[in-house]
Ligand binder design. Structure first.
Ligand SMILES: [Zn+2]
Length: 143
């Protein structure tokens, strides 16, 4: 909450500085003039509002890109961020298969048995904190 108001203040400050230095962004200014419909005193306040929104959007885009990049780097190191609880860390591996069943399947039906016994086929990656599934089948993702 506090960082939100800090950000809002910082963006308003930037808009104020731009206006003080008479640095107007042509597209935003044109939009403000169009919206003001001939009311000159309205142009500047509309401009501030539009420019503010523009800067908020570009800040959100940058934050989103930063987050995606950080997540991609985490993924390479096997670190996941749980969407359910927000926990960030290595996956906990939960095995589903059992060795006797794998052995039995191999005895009766070679192919399914081999697939079943393959390490990781029936194991999933779960959140170390809340145990929700993050990677349904570990074999599907290179580790
Ligand atoms: Zn979790």
């Amino acid at each position: 909450m506090n960082s939100d108001t800090d950000l809002t203040d910082a963006i308003y400050r930037q808009v104020g500085e731009e206006i003080a230095q008479k640095v107007y962004h042509p597209g935003t200014l044109a939009k403000a003039i169009a919206e003001a419909a001939g009311n000159r005193s309205l142009v500047e306040s509309l401009y501030v509002r539009f420019r503010f929104d523009e800067l908020v959007r570009s800040h959100q885009r940058a934050a989103q890109e930063h987050k995606q990049k950080a997540e991609a780097e985490d993924r390479q190191q096997g670190i996941y961020t749980c969407p359910a609880c927000g926990h960030r860390g290595k996956l906990l591996i939960k095995e589903h298969g059992s060795e006797p069943i794998g052995f039995l399947l191999t005895l009766c039906f070679i192919i399914p048995g081999v697939i079943y016994s393959q390490k990781g086929f029936w194991s999933e990656g779960v959140c170390a904190n809340c145990r929700c599934t993050l990677v349904p089948r570990l074999n599907d993702t290179p580790s």
